[in-house]
Design a protein around this ligand. Structure first.
Ligand SMILES: [Zn+2]
Length: 550
């Protein structure tokens, strides 16, 4: 059957019927809602729509059996209706995690980029662009060209993602461009995705010793310029729409090489920046309600041990003493699952973080995860295939405790077929490793709960950038929610990742269609904890979407 409702009038009819049902049922989970919808009096005289609902329900089932495509689900008319529902919900959403560089649309960037390329540093900018984007950088005539460069392709992962963000960095080189960027973001998210609060992450200092990351012109841009520019841009949108609000979250790269070489060490550079931020707050007290947190970002795969956290410890402690809350990107990408948990553990102990961004290493079930690793290793072994040391399987195998059975590990790595006994030893080694990591993970998760550390869920980002979440339906959001973790939702970089806030909400609903109540999702997304008030608002919505039967 066709996925189309046919006409706009039919789509509108579907919207009205579904939204009025959601109001009447007070936001049940998706599947029970679809069941009720399918059987309802509303659709009795509309067999076309009834078929559509049945078809969508079927697609959800297939999706959970691993047979359905999420894009097909998202394009379905029922998804369109759900999107309309979320878009017109009377409260706005809290976008808890978005980076400046990945949230600027091509239509905004294109004219600024052309100005840069035709400006005094044009040649240098062109050179830098070609080194990141290759031949693509030669074609920048249209908005579509820029859009193509900004968007991550299906096959591209984390390293590429950090590079793709180079183009926006190239145009954000003064206060005015930061101001325009903040206004553009606020307006786009508010008008298209019903986002009324934006937590913006931006690199405080782009000065770095790493030549690949250097930006022509950035040497004239101060942290103060970028911060004040962003503040002014958001404030001007807020004056037009008083219910809009924002938080400025300066980010510090955690890689050891990422600092200004004129300082003796990374520690010295970080502390100077901390003092600068505190000084800035004294000079601009108007910033106080918007600038009271920091975040740390970067490639964390090699950063998990205690000593990796020491350089920034003092600076963060000073900020915390001045009332700043500390956020950190951890457990997002990792060398092995155990190290990913260790990184979160140390971020909590040494940096005393208040919010964990991503935290995926706390959401993967170790027993499930290591079983898949073992299956993959044994399949390779049966085919007499060697395992590369740097593949996920290779890394995880090396992380297991082989005490006295190193010959089995060596055999697996070289692709020498194991005998029955060796296979059963391997199963044991895997079993104990999974249990150990599971204990460790639960300890850390319990501390997250104990210390009320909040966790920001970023479904698309986690699925596209890490290789450990096999599909959108495997995101741990609902598991964390059941455990009582204080959750938020973010898009990370909606332009680069080809998503948006409402799409993230839909993905979460599809991931847990039997359990995740729409009301619960609305509570997390809006930050509104008063359930009766939410029910009232749902009921109000019904007036705007009258059913044809009531
Ligand atoms: Zn992020």
């Amino acid at each position: 059957m066709s996925q189309n409702t046919g006409t706009i009038a039919e789509q509108e009819l579907l919207n009205a019927e579904l939204i009025s049902l959601l109001a009447e049922t007070n936001g049940l989970a998706l599947l029970p809602t679809l069941d009720l919808f399918f059987q309802s009096r509303r659709l009795r005289r509309k067999p076309e729509l009834q078929q559509l609902v049945g078809g969508f329900r079927e697609q959800i089932y297939r999706y959970h059996q691993g047979r359905g495509e999420v894009t097909r689900l998202l394009q379905h008319p029922i998804s369109q209706s759900l999107r309309t529902f979320f878009q017109t919900f009377p409260l706005t959403y809290r976008e808890e995690h978005t980076h400046l560089t990945g949230a600027l649309q091509a239509s905004f960037l294109h004219p600024l980029l052309l100005a840069r390329l035709n400006g005094p540093e044009g040649d240098l900018c062109r050179q830098k662009l070609s080194s990141v984007y290759g031949a693509e950088a030669e074609q920048l005539a249209s908005i579509q060209d820029v859009e193509r460069m900004l968007t991550l392709r299906e096959s591209e992962r984390f390293e590429r993602y950090l590079q793709v963000l180079y183009l926006p960095k190239l145009v954000l080189i003064d206060r005015a461009s930061h101001q325009a960027a903040a206004y553009h973001m606020a307006k786009t998210l508010y008008e298209h995705y019903n986002v009324g609060f934006l937590r913006l992450k931006f690199t405080y200092s782009r000065l770095t010793t790493d030549p690949r990351e250097q930006i022509p012109g950035a040497e004239h841009l101060t942290g103060e310029d970028s911060l004040l520019g962003l503040y002014e841009g958001f404030r001007s949108f807020q004056r037009e729409h008083p219910r809009f609000n924002f938080a400025l979250s300066p980010c510090f790269r955690k890689e050891p090489s990422f600092y200004d070489a004129s300082f003796a060490s990374k520690q010295a550079h970080f502390q100077a920046q901390v003092d600068e931020i505190l000084g800035l707050l004294e000079r601009h007290p108007e910033l106080a309600s918007y600038l009271n947190e920091v975040d740390t970002v970067g490639d964390e795969r090699q950063l998990y041990r205690k000593e990796h956290f020491m350089e920034m410890q003092l600076g963060l402690r000073k900020l915390a003493a001045r009332g700043f809350s500390i956020r950190s990107h951890h457990g997002e990408t990792f060398y092995t699952l155990k190290r990913g948990i260790q990184a979160v553990d140390n971020a909590m102990n040494i940096w005393r973080i208040d919010t964990l961004e991503h935290g995926l290493s706390l959401g993967i079930n170790p027993n499930h995860y290591y079983q898949l690793i073992m299956e993959e290793a044994l399949a390779a072994n049966e085919a007499a295939q060697a395992i590369t040391a740097h593949s996920i399987v290779g890394r995880e195998l090396h992380d297991m405790k082989w005490d006295g059975h190193d010959a089995i590990l060596a055999g697996l790595m070289r692709g020498e077929k194991l005998g029955r006994e060796s296979v059963s030893k391997f199963v044991k080694v895997k079993f104990h490793h999974a249990r150990e990591v599971e204990h460790y993970q639960h300890d850390v998760l319990n501390r997250v709960l104990d210390k009320s550390v909040s966790v920001t869920a970023l479904p698309t980002s986690n699925q596209k950038l890490t290789t450990v979440v096999p599909g959108f339906k495997d995101h741990p959001f609902s598991w964390w929610e059941k455990k009582g973790v204080d959750l938020g939702i973010g898009t990370d970089n909606y332009v680069t990742l080809g998503t948006d806030y409402i799409k993230e909400m839909l993905l979460l609903l599809f991931a847990e269609p039997e359990d995740l109540k729409i009301t619960k999702l609305l509570m997390v997304a809006t930050g509104e904890k008063r359930r009766p008030y939410l029910s009232h608002l749902l009921w109000q919505m019904r007036k705007n979407y009258p059913s044809s039967t009531a």
